[in-house]
Design a protein around this ligand. Structure first.
Ligand code: ATP
Length: 482
């Protein structure tokens, strides 16, 4: 893990936020290559979910054809949203403080944390530790709207993007031609005041989510749950995560949220975990009609097997819903109902981190003198690689830079992220590209001027093939479609 973190800083993937001021715990910046990588992760998800989705054919494993649309909702929403969703009352972690060292720990992380005064021990095990009893801590970041002081102006930075889809359910139905079943997808920032941010970007206080709410008929919700559970697992596999490092784990009954009738996590064997352990990449939850009902009627609580509106001492709803009709009317069957929801909720940062970890690879390759040298390579899927092609003139004269620049410009015009590099020996230039995961290098040499051909080098196989420079854009496009 340390090598991956070092590479991320050295090559400009990920930096500590505000590093020149000593950093800010739980916040991260993406550098020039990291921003491209994360954008590619985001685009791969959004294209799969929305842009490339064909609403007229039935995808493999799906019960029927369906529509998908995207939205972009605001980061700060009406405070009532969080009251009805349950976040205001229930989005809490238990924390303990140490009165001696003034540190704060998540109660369920104490056994995996180090005592700041005696790192060989866990908090509470060193003789000087003075831990408090566990107390509740709400993870939502508070802010104030406008100039209003006091509670009236209090608002929250969203702790998830999902609520944006629920509160816009009616707007989407009224403004588009979608019919149940359909999905609303969104990518955007979320904020959680995590007590112990850690493990690089895995647990941050500001992060990006890729969430989709799929609305379906209650009687078909099980089949849709199964469909999304499998499809989301395969998305990671198709982008290069190996089956050995990925698992789909069904939650046990006692792990389920009070409203959920089924949840599965896609988990990755991050290198900072012990062997055999996995960390959550994405959760796929069957949420029933909990969310739409809460926004209609008010905050719901479980009473026996039923969800009922929570009441205060006077018998009024504890948190009032919008009172708006969030049902769906099926004009074919003449049935009116509250759709059930399947929610695949992924993290763009945890995804990016998993792709980086999976890609990291070391081997030995001969240098120009034939001596074996350590090589670091990022085996990123071509769709995710920040730079797709590096164009390298063998030497800085005899017309090679001009020919290379021509190819570079053609690639750029075709919208392919490319990089031109004429500095240093060719072997070193290859290694610079291997280290950042560039799948293809194109070398322009003495023969290019004679017969118009160049060498195309494959990062993974190291195979080199000669082909006409005029075919490069087509060839690279083919590789990127894989
Ligand atoms: P965890 O149990 O690890 O805190 P969670 O179950 O609370 O995660 P969800 O609320 O299901 O997470 O959020 C959906 C996704 O958002 C997660 O699978 C993860 O990819 C991402 N995510 C959640 N919290 C964080 C965080 N603090 N930092 C980075 N990504 C996060």
């Amino acid at each position: 893990m340390e090598q991956i973190v070092a590479l991320c800083k050295r090559r400009g993937f990920i930096f500590q936020s505000s590093e020149i001021y000593g950093g800010l715990n739980g916040f991260w910046d993406y550098g020039p290559l990291g921003a491209e990588l994360k954008r590619n992760v985001r685009n791969a998800w959004y294209n799969d979910m929305v842009t490339n989705h064909d609403e007229f054919s039935v995808p493999t494993g799906a019960p029927q054809a369906f529509s998908m649309v995207g939205i972009e909702s605001s980061l700060i929403m009406h405070p009532q949203v969080w009251k009805c969703s349950g976040h205001f009352d229930l989005f809490i972690d238990m924390m303990v403080d140490c009165r001696e060292c003034k540190s704060r720990f998540r109660a369920d992380h104490v056994k995996s944390s180090e005592c700041p005064l005696k790192p060989s021990k866990h908090p509470g095990e060193f003789e000087k530790c003075k831990l408090t009893e566990p107390r509740e801590f709400n993870l939502m970041f508070k802010t104030t709207i406008g100039a209003m002081a006091g509670e009236e102006g209090t608002a929250y930075l969203r702790p998830e993007t999902a609520q944006g889809m629920f509160v816009n359910f009616k707007n989407v139905l009224d403004s588009t031609r979608v019919k149940v079943p359909f999905g609303i997808a969104q990518v955007g920032k979320s904020f959680r005041n995590e007590i112990t941010p850690r493990n690089f970007t895995f647990r941050s206080r500001e992060f990006e989510q890729m969430e989709m709410e799929f609305f379906c008929h209650p009687s078909e919700s099980r089949a849709w749950y199964q469909y999304w559970r499998d499809r989301r697992y395969n998305w990671y596999i198709n982008l290069g995560i190996s089956k050995e490092n990925l698992q789909l784990r069904d939650h046990a009954a006692d792990e389920l949220s009070h409203y959920s009738c089924g949840t599965a996590d896609v988990e990755y064997a991050y290198p900072f975990l012990d062997a055999g352990e996995y960390g959550e990449l994405e959760g796929i939850a069957h949420r029933g009609d909990f969310d739409l009902r809460s926004h209609m009627e008010g905050k719901l609580v479980k009473s026996g097997n039923e969800l009922v509106v929570e009441k205060d001492a006077e018998g009024n709803p504890r948190h009032r819903g919008s009172g708006k009709d969030l049902t769906f009317f099926d004009d074919q069957t003449r049935e009116r109902y509250i759709p059930h929801v399947i929610e695949p909720a992924a993290g763009a940062d945890r995804g990016t981190l998993a792709f980086l970890c999976e890609a990291y690879h070391e081997d030995e390759q001969p240098d120009e003198k034939g001596e074996m040298q350590k090589r670091v390579m990022m085996r990123l899927h071509p769709k995710l690689a920040p730079i797709k092609v590096a164009v390298l003139p063998l030497i800085k004269k005899e017309g090679m830079p001009e020919a290379a620049l021509k190819i570079y410009r053609e690639l750029k015009e075709a919208g392919i992220a490319s990089y031109y590099d004429q500095q240093a020996a060719i072997g070193r230039r290859y290694r610079r590209q291997d280290e950042i995961g560039t799948p293809i290098c194109i070398t322009v040499d003495g023969d290019t001027a004679k017969d118009g051909t160049v060498t195309l080098r494959d990062r993974d196989t190291l195979a080199q093939v000669r082909m006409p420079a005029s075919k490069i854009v087509d060839e690279v496009t083919k590789v990127l479609r894989r």
